[in-house]
Design a protein around this ligand. Structure first.
Ligand SMILES: C[S@@+](CC[C@H](N)C(=O)[O-])C[C@H]1O[C@@H](n2cnc3c(N)ncnc32)[C@H](O)[C@@H]1O
Length: 993
């Protein structure tokens, strides 16, 4: 029984089909574990004051306490935490290099399904399903053996070991197959890579049936995107209810149970912050039609690898409703093609590792010259001679690499000098880069006309083509750049907000794309012969936009005029570039960029899957240099732009360009560097469309610009310097600034040699320094690896945050501890209190026993905590009112109850009659809070971990807003013994903040 999804009603193109669906389980890739939050997948800012890590395994990080709290149970109970500890300790060095995200996601998936009662041995043995998710094919894969089977066996053993050490009463529910193998296989066949915007894939996620039941097609009718919560809560999906329903033939009751469970929103409740997925249709779909997504990158050369991953090849064979893209049969199936593919991969890896772009170009060009067919009809007569169709994915990949490599060579040389031979070399490199870019864009356009799922790639390649042609246009002008005026064109961007919710009319979209195609065609006809001249494999391409010259078997894209047909015949290929053609080249560049903009805009309606060309709020700018008369060229560009934009949906903003003179020494080459990475789309430069070099700053964030560049982010104006002036990081008002005299007005400041500012965060007193994170070295320091640590007698030595070891301390893992009577020294992040009972501007203590500054965390009079964490009467232990209250004689009323005098019975923050409560906020013996989890207190008045209490009369919960009778607030808002708040927003002198 196979599940799928079909449309409940007819839907137009570009409508959301589902709501934002929460995951069953997620796992960051190993490389992202230290840079991203395990719970919400957001990047953790450098030196974030809220950053926390798991103190047990030390392998995962969270961006804030909310994320930590919401995730810590599944991290620990699923066995993931043990997995890190055991795996790192016991694994052989070879297994340590293997990616572990599948295993971790499987541990979490099992835990999530078990806690919801969705793991049934019947389902596993009869239908190869777990929690409604397909695990079909696992038996066949294991029987057959090989790499995948080994991966499943090894991974499941690691899972088993981690789960057994976590669960005392481990029960294996399955018959024959261990449940771990099934879960791991379900992850391998149902998980998706989580890719947000232009970043690399951050990790994987497994969703419930409402997403996992979509089947694959190479001509999909829907696409999906991810949204992170909570920041993006506002832009998840505009869909009030799902437009799709499951299609199946005789699904078993437990499979429906899984579906209903998800419909009831349990995944949302369990995974509060994990990445959501939204499915959107990319073509009009009729009521009842099955809806398909694609599991693969449609241009990916090694599709088979991916098909293994999704189980398609092994299990059922690729069932695809794909329309034939009209590729000739022999081009797809000939075994010699595999050799060509291997040659190509070899050239790519040499380029990646040896950085030898010339050698890479030579290998690929000679392969293309030998194998590329230039007339399909003729080749059909002698099929062994030329086997490579120009639209075959090997050809398209070759064009992509060549465009990138030539552009890279030109860029490298242009940084040397621009005279004589070198100038000629740059000219040839730039010309080749432009020519390969055009044929790449043309081939992708051709594929796109047949299958609109190529829209993202097309938009991407058009933009890089436009940029390459502009580079070439610049080259054609020749000469050096001395005293050249510089122009910056700013192409107006559309409003991203409106793009989110509108839908695009299919016919209008198609006809606009065809119009653009015709513009591209007629422009390229005039300059293609010149561009391809001298490059043998390109000379075989008679027209780079319309491939109908290959013969009638090829999809006829355009109706050609007689004149165009004549041009296509190549009978009048001009050897030199005349003035008119130069104009044409410029116009072609603008047409590519404008078309790309249009598609990018439409794409945000249509496809948000990979989001490589996501619209940014800032306009896309082009700089160009012209020796003679910049303004003239710019007005031509403006004219072209308006011409292309006229019949389209692109805004024609009036202020979209400016011309200015820039001192010669401040001219920078804005051509991006790029390089073909190991993975096609790793580190893609969104302007060039090509992967960026390791040392390059992706322009989307770490931008590098000229003197007048104010694009925001982490700018770098000249050598060694990030920002506008000598010692300045970034723009004048943003974060991470450093002014010329070592002082940064806000954010991460350094007021004098040893000090990090006086008013902002993360300050450091002048006698000690902070070596990493929020550390302080020396006897009083915070030497540990993680944040906020302090070593030595009074210190906070453990790796986690805010810890303190020693007699009076809170040595355990958790945070917000207190070292001595009046000391709240640990938490660099602030909330400190001085000896005079004053908490500065925030969280202050207005009178001796009082907390607060009017509204938060306060304590209004003798023993009373007004809002929030209150204590209602003078001598009880409670906190009246709402929150953690205790109304009278030793009793904690609702929620945080005490069942009798001393007890914290029932649920929540309870105490049982025997002073002991097994779980939650326990108390195990006299004065002590148990051994279980949470907020315990040891027999000597000490709370080993977490929210502890050190002395009589105080309020141990470090996390809370406590007060001891000695004027001490043990948790969170601590105060050190020397009346000093050593770090953070604290106070360094004796009585104020
Ligand atoms: C994510 S699930 C899709 C839902 C699945 N059909 C089910 O019954 O639960 C992926 C599995 O569906 C099957 N599948 C999806 N698309 C397919 C296709 N085009 N041809 C054959 N099998 C496909 C494969 O067994 C694959 O491992």
């Amino acid at each position: 029984m196979a599940m799928g999804m079909r449309a409940r009603e007819s839907v137009n193109m570009s409508e959301d089909l589902t709501q934002a669906i929460a995951p069953y389980a997620t796992a960051l890739h190993d490389v992202s574990l230290q840079s991203h939050c395990l719970s919400c997948f957001h990047r953790i800012p450098a030196q974030s004051p809220h950053d926390m890590s798991c103190t047990m395994c030390g392998s995962v990080r969270y961006c804030c306490s909310d994320c930590l709290i919401s995730d810590c149970e599944v991290h620990s109970s699923s066995g993931e935490c043990c997995f890190f500890v055991k795996h790192l300790r016991e694994a052989s060095p070879s297994t340590l290099t293997e990616e572990t995200s599948d295993i971790r996601a499987a541990l979490r998936l099992l835990y999530s399904l078990e806690t919801r009662g969705l793991v049934s041995s019947d389902s596993v043995s009869s239908s190869n399903r777990i929690g409604g998710l397909s695990a079909s094919g696992i038996r066949e894969v294991l029987e057959e053996g090989g790499e995948i089977a080994e991966g499943v066996l090894e991974g499941s053993l690691l899972m088993l070991s981690a789960r057994k050490s976590r669960m005392k009463n481990y029960v294996d529910l399955s018959y024959g197959l261990t449940i771990e193998k099934v879960a791991l296989w379900a992850v391998m066949t149902n998980s998706v890579e989580v890719q947000i915007s232009e970043e690399q894939s951050l990790g994987i996620a497994v969703y419930g049936p409402s997403f996992s039941w979509f089947n694959h097609s190479c001509c999909p009718s829907a696409s999906y995107r991810f949204v992170l919560v909570p920041q993006n809560e506002g832009c998840t999906s505009n869909k009030p209810e799902s437009c799709v329903v499951p299609v199946s033939k005789g699904a078993a009751p437990d499979v429906w149970h899984a579906w209903q469970n998800e419909e009831a929103g349990f995944a949302h409740a369990q995974c509060k912050y994990g990445p959501r997925v939204v499915v959107r249709c990319t073509k009009p779909i009729n009521k009842g039609d099955e809806v398909f997504i694609t599991y693969i990158d449609l241009l990916q050369t090694r599709i088979v690898k991916y098909c293994y991953r999704i189980g398609l090849v092994k299990v059922q064979g690729l069932r695809c409703d794909a329309r034939n893209l009209k590729l000739p049969h022999n081009a797809v199936t000939d075994p010699a093609i595999e050799d060509l593919d291997n040659n190509l991969q070899q050239a790519i890896s040499e380029y990646s590792f040896l950085d030898d772009s010339k050698a890479c170009c030579d290998v690929i060009e000679s392969m293309l010259s030998e194998n590329l067919m230039n007339d399909l009809q003729q080749e059909e007569l002698s099929p062994r001679k030329y086997i490579l169709h120009p639209l075959h994915h090997i050809s398209v990949s070759s064009f992509m690499i060549l465009a990138s490599a030539y552009r890279c060579s030109a860029f490298k040389s242009s940084t040397d000098n621009l005279h004589g031979e070198n100038c000629d070399f740059i000219f040839r490199m730039t010309k080749a880069a432009a020519a390969y870019s055009i044929v790449l864009a043309g081939a992708t356009h051709h594929l796109f006309l047949s299958e609109c799922s190529f829209v993202t790639l097309l938009s991407h390649f058009l933009l890089s083509t436009g940029q390459s042609i502009l580079d070439f246009a610049e080259c054609i002008k020749g000469e050096t750049r001395k005293n050249m005026p510089e122009a910056i064109f700013s192409f107006a961007s559309c409003s991203t907000n409106s793009a989110k919710h509108d839908s695009v009319r299919y016919n209008q979209f198609r006809s606009t794309c065809e119009k653009f195609g015709k513009h591209l065609l007629s422009l390229s006809l005039q300059c293609w012969p010149f561009l391809a001249q001298g490059i043998p494999c390109l000379e075989k391409i008679k027209n780079p936009i319309d491939f109908s010259w290959l013969g009638p078997a090829i999809f006829q894209a355009f109706q050609l005029s007689e004149e165009d047909s004549f041009n296509l015949s190549g009978k009048h290929a001009p050897a030199t570039l005349i003035e008119q053609q130069k104009e044409c080249i410029l116009s072609l560049a603008v047409c590519c960029i404008t078309y790309s903009k249009y598609l990018a805009r439409s794409k945000s309606f249509l496809f948000v899957t990979l989001g490589r060309l996501e619209e940014s709020s800032s306009d896309w700018a082009v700089k160009i240099f012209d020796l003679n008369n910049g303004a003239k060229v710019y007005s031509r560009i403006k004219e072209y732009y308006l011409h292309f934009a006229k019949c389209l949906l692109i805004p024609t903003s009036i202020n979209f360009f400016r011309v200015m003179s820039v001192p010669n020494d401040q001219l920078t080459n804005i051509g991006p560097t790029y390089k073909y990475g190991k993975n096609h789309f790793e580190h893609v430069d969104r302007r060039s469309g090509f992967p960026v070099m390791a040392d390059e700053y992706d322009r989307s964030s770490y931008r590098r610009s000229g003197a007048d560049d104010e694009e925001g982010g982490y700018n770098k104006t000249n050598t060694g310097d990030y920002g506008r002036s000598g010692d300045d990081y970034g723009r004048d008002t943003g974060l991470f600034n450093k002014s010329s005299n070592d002082d940064n007005e806000s954010g991460y400041k350094n007021t004098n040699t040893d000090e990090y500012g006086s008013t902002g965060s993360y300050n450091k007193s002048n006698t000690d320094d902070l070596t990493g994170g929020f550390n302080k070295s020396g006897t009083d320091d915070y030497s540990g690896g993680g944040g906020y640590n302090k070593s030595g007698a009074d210190d906070y030595s453990s790796s986690g945050g805010y810890s303190k070891s020693g007699t009076d301390n809170y040595s355990g893992s958790g945070g917000y501890n207190k070292s001595g009577n009046n000391d709240y020294s640990g938490s660099g992040g602030g909330y400190n209190k001085s000896s005079a009972g004053d908490y500065g501007s925030k969280y202050k203590d207005s009178s001796t026993g009082d907390y607060g500054r009017g509204d938060e965390y306060k304590k209004s009079s003798s023993d009373d905590y007004d809002g929030g964490y209150k204590k209602s009467s003078s001598n009880d232990d409670g906190y009246g009112g709402s929150g953690y209250s205790k109304p009278s004689t030793g009793d904690y009323d609702s929620g945080k109850n005490a069942s009798n005098t001393d007890g914290y019975g029932g649920s929540g923050y309870n105490k049982s009659s025997t002073d002991n409560a097994e779980s939650g906020y326990n108390k195990s013996g006299t004065g002590e809070y148990g051994s279980g989890g949470g907020y315990n207190k040891s027999s000597t008045d000490n709370y080993e971990s977490g929210y502890n209490k050190s002395g009589t009369g105080d309020y141990g919960s470090g996390g809370g807003y406590d007060k001891s009778d000695a004027g001490d607030y043990t948790g969170g808002y601590n105060k050190s013994s020397t009346d000093e708040y050593a770090t953070g927003r604290g106070k360094t002198s004796s009585d104020d903040y």
